[in-house]
Structure formats: structure tokens, C-alpha cells
Design a protein around this ligand. Structure first.
Ligand SMILES: Nc1nc2c(ncn2[C@@H]2O[C@H](COP(=O)(O)OP(=O)(O)OP(=O)(O)O)[C@@H](O)[C@H]2O)c(=O)[nH]1
Ligand SMILES: [Mg+2]
Ligand SMILES: [Zn+2]
Length: 264
């Protein structure tokens, strides 16, 4: 038999997993651009991810700017791992137009994700956040500087986790957290503070599989003309029609395109 191409191998993997229902839960992330210390911690993060109930995906407004692309990639990660996710939009105090936070939250609430809007600085939304964490083991993930550690300090001031100001020149965090640490908020509530991520690269995922991780596509995908439609340039694609009709948000569709592109 001739050697298989990488793509063929991926296809085989995809079919094996889905035909047999085998789910390899440890197809996690490889962050090639991350600082070395994050790379070093990945094996540990993978280990804790196996015992996680949920991922708390943190983004911030203004400083640094909200990046829905990373939120969407982390949502994919949670879908792959089969764990819940909660989105936390922090630093709402820095927004001139508070409605902006609601508009972003609505994109995700519409498709069934929980979203909390917070200000660690002003103590806003903390009760809501705590209710979403209670009695679970959650890991906080997102870019550096979005306020992951600050949120934990706000929930439990005695923790006194080190935080650092966002760099003025780059408007990015300075990687204040360099260790993976588990904290207890109460007897049954554990939170894992992770170092800030730059990007997550997924390995070993086939585009046909990737389609499954954008949950709001499902109800339309059944009506695509081609059953193997990847919703890219195919004709009579119900997903693209739903994007044009405003039923699927363009930001999510753009994230999907970027995601597919990154797998090639
Ligand atoms: N205005 C405002 N600033 C905040 C808020 N939350 C955190 N900050 C500030 O944002 C900066 C970064 O906060 P950190 O808690 O260190 O961010 P982090 O996500 O843990 O960052 P890494 O550990 O580097 O991944 C600090 O200067 C915080 O005081 C908030 O709700 N509003
Ligand atoms: Mg931190
Ligand atoms: Zn399609």
C-alpha cells in the first residue's frame, strides 16, 4: 500500500471516531507561538482538563480589546473535550457604550452559551459569575491581561494572586500568571487560574469534524445540497444562506472560516 497523505490519515481518523463513537478526549492544543513557560505547562493543563467540569472563557473590553476569535476557539476546545463553557466579558467599566457588552453577549446566548458580564474593578457581575462557578471545577482561560486573576481576587480577596497592568504601548497583558494553580472558592468550588494564551492551535482535527463544533450550524447543515458540505464555496449551502439572512452571526461564521483555514 502506498503511503497515506496527512489528509487521508485525518479522514480515516475522523471516520473511525465517528463511525465507532470513539472520542479521543486528549486531542488538545499545541500553542506554537506561546512563551516557553506555557508550553512547559501544557502537559499539566491537559491533565487537569480531563477532570474539568467547565472552561471559563474570559475576554475583556478595551484593554486588551475583545477578540471573539479566541473565544470561539476556546468554545471549540470545550466542545471537543465535552465540557461546559461559560463566557465572561470583563472590564465592562471601560466601555463607553454599555450596550456593546449586551450585543456581544447576545451573539452567544442566542446559541445556548452562558455569558456573564463583569467588572473585577467595580465588583460588577461577581454574584452572577460565582453562581456559574459554584460546585464545579472550572479553568479560566483567555488572553493575558483580560483579568482572569483579578476576577478570582475579586471573588475571594484573601487569594491575593499577582496581577500586572496591561502594557500601554501594546495594549496587551504581560503574562503575570506563569503557573497553573488551583484555588478553592469554597469546599466544593475549585477554580484553576491559567497563564494567558496567545492562540490555540488544534492538531489532528479534520475539517469535516470541525463543522460539528459550531453548534448553531447544525440545524441548517442538514439542508445543504451536498451532504459533505463544508459551508465554504459550495452551491446551495444552507449555512451560508443563514449567514446572509442574519440567522448565523457573521463573526461566528468568520471564526469558522479562520478555523477551517488554520487546519489546512
Ligand atoms: N478597568 C479594569 N481593569 C481590570 C479589570 N479586571 C482586571 N483589570 C486590570 O487588568 C490588568 C490585568 O489583570 P490580570 O488579572 O493580571 O489579568 P490576567 O488575565 O490574569 O493576565 P495573565 O495572568 O497575564 O494571563 C490589571 O492591571 C488589573 O487591575 C476590570 O474589570 N476593569
Ligand atoms: Mg493571571
Ligand atoms: Zn453548507
Amino acid at each position: 500500500m502506498s503511503r497515506l497523505t496527512k489528509r487521508q490519515k485525518n479522514q480515516i481518523h475522523y471516520y473511525l471516531r465517528h463511525r465507532t463513537g470513539l472520542q479521543n478526549k486528549n486531542r488538545m492544543i499545541h500553542d506554537s507561538r506561546a512563551p516557553k513557560f506555557i508550553e512547559q505547562h501544557l502537559p499539566y493543563v491537559r491533565k487537569v482538563a480531563k477532570n474539568l467540569d467547565q472552561l471559563l472563557i474570559v475576554g475583556s473590553f478595551v484593554s486588551p480589546e475583545l477578540k471573539t476569535g479566541l473565544i470561539d476557539r476556546l468554545l471549540v476546545l470545550a466542545e471537543i473535550e465535552g465540557i461546559e463553557s461559560v463566557i465572561c466579558l470583563n472590564k465592562v467599566d471601560l466601555l463607553k457604550d454599555a450596550e456593546e457588552a449586551e450585543r456581544i453577549a447576545e451573539i452567544y446566548r442566542r446559541i445556548g452559551y452562558r455569558v456573564v458580564i463583569t467588572s473585577a474593578k467595580q465588583g460588577k457581575g461577581l454574584q452572577d459569575l460565582l453562581e456559574n462557578l459554584r460546585e464545579k471545577r472550572s479553568a479560566l482561560s483567555g488572553h493575558s491581561g483580560v483579568g482572569k486573576s483579578s476576577l478570582l481576587n475579586a471573588l475571594s480577596p484573601h487569594l491575593q494572586i499577582r496581577v500586572e497592568e496591561v502594557s500601554r504601548s501594546h495594549n496587551k497583558g504581560r503574562h503575570a500568571t506563569t503557573q497553573v494553580r488551583i484555588y478553592n472558592l469554597d469546599d466544593n468550588t475549585e477554580v484553576i487560574d491559567l497563564p494567558g494564551l496567545k492562540m490555540i492551535d488544534f492538531i489532528d482535527i479534520h475539517p469535516y469534524e470541525a463543522r460539528l463544533y459550531f453548534r448553531e450550524f447544525h440545524q441548517f447543515a442538514d439542508q445543504c445540497h451536498f451532504s459533505d458540505c463544508l459551508h465554504l464555496t459550495e452551491e446551495r449551502c444552507a449555512v451560508k444562506e443563514a449567514v446572509n439572512a442574519g440567522e448565523i452571526h457573521t463573526l461566528r461564521y468568520q471564526s469558522y472560516l479562520n478555523f477551517i483555514e488554520s487546519l489546512r
